[in-house]
Design a protein around this ligand. Structure first.
Ligand code: PEP
Ligand code: MG
Length: 895
């Protein structure tokens, strides 16, 4: 970036939509200041530009130090306090704040500016020695852990020992003298661990804290989180430096978070919790259990009234559920942060329609507020009310869903079981940010401590993981690997349990699950216009209708059987975008293809082809009947031949054994082995498949065409009117198309003449090889339509084998942040997408009304759908269960 753009300072005067530069926290602080809300006295935001500079160059931008000094001087002037001053010391918090919220994944250092001298001044000014010492030990603890990388347990141990020595249970029972000793011990640990004393120079503390926040952008847990949430690794974090307000000053001080609506149900209300005489980090991971927000009315009534008033104003302003962090310092309320709150999938749908009903937002905005990912979550099953359940106890319903799995107490166990396909429930006293990978890999999360806004709850909701938290009746012994209740062991590692994130219930064993009501609605089993359904189903129905009336993209399904086709239509598919005919030759029918390969002469080949045609025709009839007059694209045989032939090693061993034992080996086995050897390829996916197969085995594609057309005639006889499109796979040259098209057209002509009927069967091609995309203008001359096969297009553009890559080096690529997600799941818009764009543009240059679709897996992926809309395709085609997601996202793409 040009000089001077590395760093932009803001005295909270910028607006909420500058999140790219200021991060979410910085932008919203600016917005709250503009609204005149009580945001702590001045501070400034160091932009994400500076973080990006630091990541690329390994050092802070040269002008950072001066600009921080300048901004700090402004803050000092405004407050009349000075950083490091021995009488009027200024203390600041240094907080991360990326564009996308990444709760608990990055670092924060509070009380920066305290040292042996300023701590005395703080004691004098606040009138509390205890408060000053407590603030100092917090700085040492956070600085040691975050900036100096000292094992957090070592520092926490100092506090534990102090409490044990004194025979008390909670931090608040330690007095000033105890805490002063804690401070000395922590300083000694820092000296011991780093070889240097704790920096007494406040500016040095600030410099190092800022750097630590930048660095925490690339902490392993932050990378894992971004991979899971598909957040770009290059964005970087902003750093918010704010003057401190203290929730731990006295008993009229408090801190915590609140929501303007219930984030799990979306119902309006006062929702949140608080802790008296505490600082923010006490609550992360539930070190102290919180009290529910309505109780604040009794403790600090004026603050409660002001807070609820602000909550209303914020919701009115953001027109959405807000999540707020506040601190009360000696009876004065301060807003530390607000953002549009994370919510469960169900809450997202309910909130969107509630706000729509209230007239707060319009239909388009309501559609913007939900997404396909959330819809997918709502389609998961829930526990069967009628099923047998052995209830152990109940906790808080932190993140909905029904999860069943084996009890695991640590992340490595969860991850290793997940690799074997064993579902688990991660059971912890409380989770911390390092448990992220475990939370991602587990079916559900159960904690015994912490409220609905604890780390476990917030992260699980964000990830869509089922979570029950704060089950205080349970004693989780992570060392002994057992869960006890009232002293009795109720589950050990490996035992099955079931947790219900919607009710907070914990059950022994495996509770049966039933389909979700939303899934029943989306599969057409219940009809909200006729049947009695929940308000959630009404919300989903309403938003689906808005999406359908908004979208331009049509949505088709990939289906190979009548059952799939029927399901697809029920889920709203407007046609079939891909029938993979090779799926009709798996199982018992495999031998039909084997016979074709073994055919030694024209007569045998003809016989083999005929045998192949009949079962296909019957399958086509079934699918056509299910589709009525909706279009269906049938693709001619695609996969490499070896998929239909026995494994070369196994067959060689079989034949060799037979020969060795002197038996006469099966002559068919020997023949097949000969063919397998002849056809063996090192890279079958790049070999004899698709159109190449059609050209190598004359009559194959012609026979398939005949099966399609005869099915059309049969269905017409039964009163139907099927619309078929014939598609040729793996084309890269117009010449391939010419040859195969001639064969297909010959068969169409023959069948029409034989039957005396006319059949309109457009012939199109897949665009799934880079050359086809590049030569699309030429190919369009002879193709009636294109369908982009983004699976093969991704494979051949990246040179990643689609069959091997997911379990292989992708782990390394994700760990190292080279890829945030698989390009086989979400289209790589810059590379593969560019080929789609070129293919579409060149194809339409030749034929302006050329029909364009996509039938690779990406057709059901939200981000990819937005791209396909943008590039001007006519439809996406995906698996039947993704059809509703595609409908919703196609609607959102148009907004
Ligand atoms: C594709 O390659 O994207 C495609 C749809 O075909 P298949 O997955 O069958 O290779
Ligand atoms: Mg393909």
């Amino acid at each position: 970036p040009p000089r001077g753009r590395h760093l932009r300072l803001s005295l909270h005067r910028r607006l909420k939509d500058q999140k790219d530069l200021l991060g979410g926290k910085g932008a919203n602080l600016a917005e709250m200041t503009r609204l005149g809300l009580p945001v702590p006295p001045p501070g400034f935001t160091i932009t994400t530009d500076a973080c990006r500079y630091c990541m690329h160059h390994g050092e802070n931008p040269a002008e950072l130090a001066d600009q921080v000094d300048e901004a700090l001087a402004d803050v000092e002037k405004e407050l009349g306090r000075r950083f490091g001053d021995s009488e009027e010391p200024l203390l600041v918090s240094v907080r991360s704040g990326a564009k996308m919220s990444m709760p608990g994944m990055m670092e924060t250092v509070l009380n920066v500016g305290l040292n042996d001298e300023t701590v005395r001044a703080l004691a004098e000014k606040s009138g509390s020695e205890r408060f000053a010492q407590d603030s100092y030990r917090r700085l040492l603890q956070m600085f040691g852990r975050t900036v100096q990388d000292i094992d957090a347990e070592k520092l926490e141990h100092v506090m534990d020992t102090a409490k044990k020595d004194k025979g008390v249970a909670s931090d608040v029972e330690l007095d000033a003298e105890d805490l002063a000793k804690v401070v000395e011990r922590m300083k000694a640990i820092i000296l011991d661990e780093t070889g240097e004393p704790f920096p007494q120079d406040p500016r040095e503390q600030l410099r190092q804290s800022i750097r630590a926040v930048f660095d925490s952008w690339n902490a392993p847990r932050a990378i894992i989180y971004r991979n899971a949430e598909r957040i770009d690794h290059d964005m970087g974090t902003a750093v918010n430096v704010c003057s401190m307000v203290f929730g731990n000053l006295d008993d009229r001080s408090a801190t915590r978070v609140c929501f303007t609506r219930d984030p799990s149900t979306g119902h309006p209300g006062v929702y949140g919790d608080f802790l008296v005489n505490a600082q923010g980090e006490d609550v992360v991971a539930g070190i102290r259990n919180t009290r529910s927000l309505p109780e604040l009315e009794e403790v600090l009534p004026e603050c409660y009234a002001e807070l609820t008033d602000i909550m209303n104003r914020l919701e009115e302003h953001y027109k959405d559920l807000c999540d707020i962090e506040f601190t009360i310092e000696s009876g004065k309320l301060w807003m530390l942060q607000t953002r549009v709150g994370k919510r469960t999938a169900a809450a997202a749908f309910r909130i969107a329609t509630t706000l729509l009903d209230e007239g707060t937002i319009d239909e388009q905005e309501a559609l913007r507020r939900v997404d396909g990912e959330q819809l997918t979550r709502l389609m998961f099953p829930r526990f069967d009310d009628a099923g047998e359940k052995d209830l152990i106890t109940r906790g808080m319903n932190a993140s909905p869903g029904a999860a069943v799995g084996k009890v695991a107490f640590d992340t490595p166990t969860v991850v290793s079981w997940a690799r074997e396909g064993t579902p688990s429930i991660l059971v912890r006293r409380e989770t911390n940010p390092d448990d992220l990978q475990g939370m991602l890999s587990a079916a559900g999360v159960l904690t015994s401590r912490g409220g609905k806004t604890s780390h476990a709850a917030v992260v699980a909701r964000g990830l869509g993981r089922t979570c029950v938290c704060g089950v205080e009746a349970l004693e989780v012994d992570e060392k002994a690997k057992e869960i006890r209740m009232g002293g009795e062991v109720i589950a050990r590692e490996g035992d099955m349990i079931s947790i219900d994130g919607s009710t907070g219930e914990v059950f022994r064993g495996e509770v049966p699950v039933v389909p979700s009501e939303v899934a029943q609605y989306l599969t057409g089993e219940v009809d909200p216009e006729k049947d009695e359904v929940s308000d959630l189903v009404h919300s989903v129905h309403r938003l689906m209708r808005i999406a359908d009336s908004t979208r331009r993209l049509k949505v088709r399904a990939n289906a190979d059987t009548p059952g799939d086709a029927e399901r697809a239509v029920k889920m709203g598919a407007e046609g079939i975008g891909l029938v993979r005919t090779e799926h009709m030759f798996l199982g018992d029918r495999r031998v039909l293809v084997e016979n074709l390969v073994l055919a030694a002469n024209a007569k045998q080949r003809k016989k083999a082809l005929k045998a192949l045609m009949e079962p296909q025709r019957d399958d086509f009839i079934g699918i056509m009947e299910a589709m009525g007059d909706l279009p269906m694209t049938i693709r001619l045989l695609d996969p490499p031949l070896h998929e239909f032939l026995p494994d070369i090693t196994e067959l060689s061993v079989k034949v060799a054994r037979a020969e060795e034992s002197g038996e006469d080996s099966d002559s068919r086995d020997r023949m097949v082995l000969g063919a397998v050897r002849r056809l063996h390829e090192q890279n079958p996916m790049l070999g004899l498949r698709g159109v190449r197969l059609g050209l190598t085995i004359p009559g194959l594609f012609g026979t398939q065409t005949r099966a399609i057309l005869e099915a059309v005639l049969e269905v017409r006889k039964r009163g139907g009117d099927p619309k078929v499109e014939i598609m040729i796979p793996l084309v890269s040259s117009i010449r391939e198309l010419w040859e195969i098209k001639a064969e297909i057209e010959g068969v169409i002509k023959d069948v029409c003449e034989e039957s005396g009927e006319s059949i309109d069967a457009p012939i199109g091609t897949m665009i799934e090889l880079p050359r086809a995309a590049l030569r699309a203008d030429e190919i369009a001359e002879d193709a009636d339509f294109f369908s982009f096969g983004t699976n093969d297009l991704t494979q051949t553009t990246w040179g990643f084998s689609r069959d091997d890559v997911e379990g292989g080096f992708f782990f390394t690529y994700k760990d190292r942040g080279i890829l945030t997600h698989s390009p086989f799941e979400t289209l790589d818009q810059y590379g593969v997408g560019e080929l789609v764009r070129i293919g579409a543009e060149r194809g339409r240059r030749t034929k302006p009304d050329l029909k364009l679709g996509v039938c690779g897996e990406h057709g059901g992926d939200p981000d990819s759908i937005h791209f396909f809309h943008w590039v001007g395709l006519d439809y996406v085609s995906c698996s039947p269960f993704r059809v509703p997601v595609a409908r919703l996202e196609a609607g959102r793409a148009k907004l």
